[in-house]
Design a protein around this ligand. Sequence first.
Ligand code: MN
Length: 737
Amino acid sequence: MSAFNDQDKTLIQDAFDQLLDHYNKINPNGKQALIKKAFKLANNAHDGMRRRSGEPYIMHPIAVATIVSKEIGLGATSVSAALLHDVVEDTDFSVEDIAERFDDTIASIVDGLTKIKTVTEGKEIGGSMQAENFKKLLLTMSEDFRVVLIKIADRLHNMRTLDSMPARKQYKIAGETLFVYAPLAHRLGLFNIKTELENLSFKYEHPEQYAEVEKKIADSSQYRHELFTQLTAPIAERLEKLNFDFEIKERIKSVYSVWNKMQKKQIPFEEIYDITAIRIIFKPQPGLSEKIQCWNIYTAVTDVHKPKPGRLRDWVSSPKGNGYEALHATVMGPQGRWFEVQIRSERMNDIAERGYAAHWKYKGGHEDNETELEKWVKDVRDLLEQSAGSSAIEFVDDFKRNLFSEEITVFTPKGDMYTLPVGATALDFAFDIHTDLGIHCIGAKINNKLVPISYVLQNGDQVEILTSKKQKPQLSWTEIAITGKAKSRIKSVLKDEFRATIRQGMRVLERELHDHKLAINSPILNKLLRFYNMPNKEELYFTIGNGNNKLQDLDKALSTSRKNKMVRSWNLNLFSRRKNKNEFSIKDKLALSDNESKVNYNVAECCNPIPGDNVVGVIESDEEIILHRRDCPNAIKLMANQGEKIVDAEWTSERKMAFLSQIKLTGFDRMGVVNKISKVISIEKNLNIRQFHFDAHDGVFEGRILFYVHSTQTINNVITEISKIKGVHTVVRVEQG
Ligand code: MN
C-alpha cells in the first residue's frame, strides 16, 4: 500500500507514463520492461518520501530520467539507472540489491552516482572538499561515461527546482554548477544543457543583474526579430531556388552569455551586437558530402549578404574538441549590422545539442577513427593517473587549464594535426607527441623559424621539434609547460633525479657518521634536522646530496641538547587594507594570538606558512582568516580577484618560549566533527597551529594537529575539550620525533 494519496499517485503515474511514451516513440523496439521495473522499485523505495518542495520524492528521479532520455538521448540502461539514482543513498536498498534485481552495469552506475556528493552534503575540510569531489566525478567518468551524464541531468533538475532550497544552499549549489557542471556539459558537447546550467546559476547568484539583462533582451526582441526577418527572407528565397531542404532558426543568446560578454568586454548591453544569430539547418541531399553542401549554402548566403572578412570559422573540416561541427560566417544585415550565420546539417545540429550520445548514434558503433572526445577522455584518465600525490586543488587547477580551455590546432611537418589548449608552448607540443621528444627537447622550428621551447604556439603553426640526446628536464620547465601531460612527465623525471640525490645524500651522511662511529637513527636525525634547520630528513639528505650542505660543524650538531627543541612563539599582526570599509570589523592592527582577540586564523593547506614567512590573510568569514604565504600562487590569484578580502599580516616575535607539540586523534566521521575540533583549538589561548591534518575513510577519521604551546597545561586543556566532542574516540599527545 502506498503512503501517498490518490492525487499524488496520479501525479506520479502521469509523469512516468509521459517518460515511457517518449522513450517508446524514439525506441520502438526498446527495453521498456526494464524501465518499468526500475520505476517500480524506485517508486516503492521512495514511497512516502517528499522533496523539500512538498512533491513526492519520486518525481525527481522521473524528471532526471526524462532529461536523460529526452535531452541527452541515452538508452534504457541509463534511463533505468537515472530512475534508481537516489535509491541507495536515501533508502534501505544497497548496491548489491540493485545488482541482484538488475545487472552489474546498472548497479555500478548507481554506485558511481551515489559516491559523488554535492558540495553542501560533504564536510568541508580546508575548502578542498569541492576539489576532491570533482576528482571523484572525473574518476567515475573515465570508468563509465553514463555516470557523469546522469549526474549532469540530476544537477540540471536540481537547478530547475532550486527555488525550494534555502538561500545559503542555493549559492553553494549554483557556484558548484558554474564551476564544475556547466564546463563539463560544454566539454561533453551538451550545449543546451550547459547554457541552461549557466543561466540558472547566474540567476541565483546575481538575481538583480539577471532580471535586468533578461528585461533588456525581452524589450529589444521585437526589433531584433524584424531585422532577422529582413535578413533571412532573401536567404530563404535563394536556398529554395537551389532546392535545399532547410530550416532557418533565430537563436537568441542566453542571459548569462550576454552578461558575460558585457563583463569581459566592459561594454553596455546596447553594444552587444550578436544577441541574435541565424542558424540554417539542412537535410543533406544524397550523393553529396555534407561538407560540400555546407559550403554551397555559405556561397548562397554570401551571394545575398556581404561576409565580414576574417570571420569565417570552419568546424566542418576540423571539428572542435567536443565534437562540434558547423560553418560560422558573419554577414552584413539590415542597417549595416553584423549577424552570425551558423550552417549545420541535421546531424551536426543533433551533435551540437545533444553531444556525446548523439556522437555514438552517428558513429553507429563500428570502429572508426578515435573522436576528439575519446581522445579527451584519455587525457582525463592520463591526468588523473599522473595527479596521484598532488593536491586536489592543484589537480583541479591543472584540469581547468588543460581540459576545459579553448583550443588551438597545430601541425607537424608531415601535416598531422594536434589540438592543444590556448597558451601551450613548443615544449607542451613535444610532450604531446612523445615523452622522449619532450625530455630531449631543445627548441623548435615554427614555420621554419627557430624558436625556444617557451614559444607560445599560435593557431595553425607548423611545428618541428628539435632534440638533443644530452638535454634533460630542468625545474624551470614546469613553468614553461602548461599542459598537465607535459608537467606531470617533467615532474616525474625530476622526481627520479630528486630521489637519486636523496640516496646520494644518505650515503654521504652514513659515511660521515661512520667516521664518528655512529649510524643513522632517529635521535641523531632529529638533532641534525634541528641544527641544520631542515623540515624533514628528505630535505636534509637532498641538500647533502647536491652539495649544498657540507655537514660543517657536524660535531657540534651531534652534541646539541634537547632544549633546542624549544622555538620562539610568534604573534601575528593584521592590517586591514581598506581602512574606511567596515566590511570587516577588524582593528587597524590586530595581534591574533592576543588574549582578547576573537578572530581565528588558520594556515592555508596549499602553502602551509609558518611563523617568519611573509604572509597575507584572506578573510573567509567573520570569524576566520586563512593565512597564505605572500608568494603562494593561490594567494596571488585571490589578491588579484578579491582584494577586499585580503588583509596584510605580519609576524612579530614575542619573548616567551613555546614548544612544538602534537596530538593525534581518531573518531567517527560525523558531520561537523572536524569543525568542532578546529573550533576548540582556535578558542584556546596561546596556541599557534602549525599543521592541521585530517584523513577520513570508511566512516572513520584520523587527525594530527601540530601546534606551538607555552605550557603542558594548555595541551591538557585542549585534550580535555576535544575528548568531550561527540564522535571523537581517542585523543592523545604524541612526543615529537
Ligand atoms: Mn538526485
